[in-house]
Each structure stands twice: as structure tokens, then as C-alpha cells.
Design a protein around this ligand. Structure first.
Ligand SMILES: *Cc1c(COP(=O)(O)O)cnc(C)c1O
Length: 401
């Protein structure tokens, strides 16, 4: 009998009991707003900022309303002004060019390589042709570019780097946490990311002036001294008067359910990588598919997996996904002419002007994507691997066909 998988790919783990308990306490207190504290109490949001800064090895942390808001606040705090060009990877999720547009700047997309990271040669070219001073580097799907080369290139051209770490919370390059290379690291706690508060964002930085601006921008009502991981209040002397309030705070309820998740994050990363390796080994067997090469200097978090069938046609790709869907395996394709769901491509960002990205398009045409929620056991992943193998083997578009 044919194997059929029957668990949903969009099912996250439950919030841990300690998080549920903390949420009930916040709800019972009625003090949901981060600045609504009594006596000498420290708000859950402030506690989360301290715990996350600690975990991330950054001096400062700001919790805010979403990952997209983290990006917008960071660009503004780093000096991006309306009309500025902001370079970013052509392979990223819609909130990234969206955040650039939201601050009135202009996204300039840079080609990617077959390893799904930003193409440093095209980056150098586009720094030269645009004169851009900002790079919003998106570590899309957790793939890390050679950060030594990237930072060297950025320093040479005076480029200010903001890292989009929505998929690299917990990842490292050469022993240093992703997010600690540029002026700021931006994280998302939206349901499908490494921690889940429904919506939410975190910014880390070790630059006090940047962080003072970010705190004001997030909407601190001049209560900037109530931040668990903010810079000394002297940094706010002028900044507090010169920076508008954009109201994008995180509330105590979300922070309270994130705190116990942060404590368990390192364990979760191991669980993800175990599942990733299991499926990657299957997909890598005898050149069945092409997996992005992962530099040994990187420590990755395998919360999703991407594989390429570089010669697949549109008809074959659609039929392949349909057959997988019938067997309960949800695989997305970045090559679809109309991007669907979370699988966006630059073709759906027409507002930004349209881009000529032949190399990226050629890669996306054969790129498939699968979530690995921790609600799946390692046995589940074994079964998914077996189903993928059975459906890939007959394809004409597979590399070894
Ligand atoms: C999720 C995500 C973001 C930001 O997400 P929000 O949904 O705004 O929290 C940014 N970049 C990437 C690559 C993402 O996947």
C-alpha cells in the first residue's frame, strides 16, 4: 500500500505550560501594556528584552510589534531616508521589500547564487551602479552567505548592514551569532518562526545611539528608562526630542509566552537540525535533487528545507506537487508563475518597479520548499523522505535523470 502522511504542515507546537500560566497571570492582572507596571515591577516585555540580548550576545534589545516593524524601525534608526536606495536579496519574503517601501525607500534587488544566498559579485556591481549606502541582508530560509567576505565588502564601500534574521534566530557564522554582524539584527516571532507569539519582532544591536533611536521610534512615550536592555538614558537627551513615535510596541502578553520559549530554544534548534539532516540525507542521495551547499563555518537552524530540481518543467512541477499533496506532503514551489501563500517571489512586488534578475529567476524555477514543524517526529520525517523519494525518482527533471 502507498505511504500517506496525515499530519498538517502548518501545525506548530503548543505554547509551553509555563507560557500559558504566565499569560493567565498577565490577563488576570490586566496590565498588558509594557509600560503598565506598578511598584518596582519589571514588565514581561522588558524581561524578554534582557533575556534575548543575553542569549544573542548583544548589548541591547528592543521588542516590537512584528518582524516587519523591526526592519522598518531599524532602517529609520540607521538613517534610511525617503527616496534612498536599499539593497536587498532578490530571494526573500514579501515583508522585506515591503518594509523598505514602508519607510519610503526604494528596494534594489541583488541576484542570488545557487546556494540561495546573496551574490556578492552582483552586490558589488549594484553598490557601484546605485551608490546605495544601505544593505538589508536577508538570511532567507536560514542560508548564510560568507559573512567574512560580505562584511569586508561592506566596510570597503561604507555600506550600513541591517540583518534580517527571521530565519536565523540561533544560527552562527564562525562562532558569532547571526544578527551581530551589521548595525542591527531583526527577528520575527510570527507563528511560523523559531519562537511563536502570533506576531512580534525583536531588534538587537550593540550601538547605543542606534538603539536609543529605535526605542523612541517604537513608541516609548518618553518611558525609555523602562527598557530592560536599552542604552544609558544620557543617549536619549537629544534623540528623545528628535525622533517621532511610530507606535509599534510589543505587549506583555506576547513577551510572557516568549520567555519560556527562549529558554527552550537551543533544544529546539537541535530537534530541527535532526529533522533537517534526516530529510536532507534522503534528498541528497545519488544526486536525486540539488541541495544548497552549507559552508562549514556556518551553524544553521534547519526549520525548513529547500531542494532544487533544476531541469523541471512547469507542467512536471505542478503534477509533482499535486501527487505529493495527495499523499499528504506539502511542498511549495518558488517557480510558479503566480506566487502563492508564503512562497513569494520578486514578480509579486510589481509596486517596486519590476526587476531584471535572470540568474535568480533561473534558480527559483527549480526551487522547492518544505516546512519542518517540530510537531513532526523523526519517524514522520523518515516517512516524508520516503514519499519524496518515490515521487522524485520517476521525474524527468531530476538531476540524475
Ligand atoms: C517572516 C519574515 C519577516 C518578517 O516577518 P513578520 O511577519 O513581519 O513578523 C522578514 N523576513 C523574512 C525572510 C521572513 O520570513
Amino acid at each position: 500500500m502507498q505511504l500517506r502522511f496525515d499530519k498538517p504542515f502548518t501545525q506548530q507546537e503548543a505554547i509551553p505550560p509555563a507560557g500559558i500560566q504566565a499569560a493567565i497571570e498577565i490577563l488576570s492582572s490586566g496590565r498588558l501594556h509594557r509600560y503598565n507596571t506598578i511598584g518596582g515591577e519589571e514588565s514581561s516585555t522588558s524581561l524578554l528584552e534582557r533575556a534575548f540580548a543575553d542569549w544573542q550576545d548583544a548589548d541591547y534589545c528592543l521588542a516590537c510589534a512584528s518582524g516587519g516593524q523591526a526592519l522598518q524601525i531599524s532602517m529609520r534608526a540607521a538613517g534610511v531616508a525617503p527616496g534612498d536606495d536599499v539593497l536587498t536579496n532578490a530571494f526573500t519574503l514579501a515583508p522585506v521589500p515591503g518594509a523598505i517601501a514602508a519607510v519610503g525607500a526604494v528596494p534594489k534587488l541583488v541576484e542570488i547564487t545557487e546556494n540561495l544566498v546573496i551574490d556578492l559579485d552582483d552586490l558589488a556591481r549594484k553598490i557601484a551602479t546605485t551608490g546605495a549606502r544601505y544593505l538589508l541582508l536577508s538570511h532567507m530560509r536560514g542560508h548564510l552567505v560568507d559573512m567574512d567576505r560580505l562584511m569586508e565588502l561592506s566596510a570597503r564601500h561604507g555600506l550600513i548592514v541591517i540583518e534580517d534574521c527571521a530565519h536565523t534566530m540561533g544560527a552562527e557564522w564562525d562562532g558569532r551569532k547571526s544578527g551581530n554582524f551589521g548595525i542591527a539584527g531583526c527577528f520575527s516571532t510570527q507563528t511560523y518562526k523559531h519562537m511563536n507569539s502570533g506576531e512580534g519582532g525583536l531588534i538587537t544591536s550593540s550601538d547605543p545611539e542606534f538603539m536609543a533611536r529605535a526605542i523612541m521610534l517604537s513608541g516609548s512615550y518618553m518611558l525609555f528608562d523602562r527598557h530592560g536592555a536599552g542604552p544609558d538614558t544620557r543617549w536619549f537627551d537629544d534623540i528623545s526630542l528628535d525622533t517621532p513615535n511610530m507606535s509599534a510596541r510589543m505587549d506583555n502578553l506576547r513577551a510572557a509566552i516568549l520567555l519560556p520559549q527562549l529558554a527552550a530554544l537551543d533544544q529546539k534548534i537541535e530537534a530541527w537540525n535532526e529533522r533537517y539532516d534526516l530529510i536532507a540525507n534522503t534528498l541528497d542521495a545519488e544526486g536525486m535533487t540539488v541541495l544548497p551547499w552549507r559552508d562549514p563555518r556556518g551553524k544553521f537552524v534547519g526549520s525548513s528545507i529547500q531542494f532544487r530540481l533544476p531541469r523541471i518543467s512547469e507542467t512536471e512541477a505542478l503534477a509533482f506537487m499535486a501527487r505529493l499533496a495527495l499523499r499528504g506532503v506539502e511542498v511549495k514551489w518558488f517557480g510558479a508563475p503566480k506566487p502563492a501563500g508564503f512562497t513569494s517571489s520578486h514578480h509579486s512586488w510589481r509596486y517596486a518597479g519590476g526587476f531584471d534578475l535572470p540568474r535568480t529567476d533561473a534558480i527559483l524555477a527549480g526551487l522547492f520548499d518544505m516546512r519542518l514543524p517540530l510537531s513532526f517526529s523523526t519517524d514522520d520525517c523518515g516517512m516524508i523522505g520516503a514519499i519524496l523519494t518515490e515521487e522524485i525518482e520517476p521525474l524527468d527533471g531530476r538531476p540524475n535523470a
